[in-house]
Design a protein. Sequence first.
Length: 83
Amino acid sequence: MTLVNDEGIYSRVQAEIILRDFFSRNPPTNVKISHRLDSNPNFRYVVLNLETAKDTYRVSYKLTNNDNEFKVTEFRIEPVFGN
């Protein structure tokens, strides 16, 4: 998971805490799908534009099919510069 400029591998509980903190400090005001790849039955990739009162972020995540269940294998929140 990458969150702004901090990258690491986290357990589910750790990731939930980190994301809860981020979203409590940056409540979304608008979300738009920028790109979605879902043509592969074992792989999904989505890019979102997340607007908050303070900034705009690029959110991307990758889902991988593991035993007929999709799991998040990558999650990134990066600032969009130039806004």
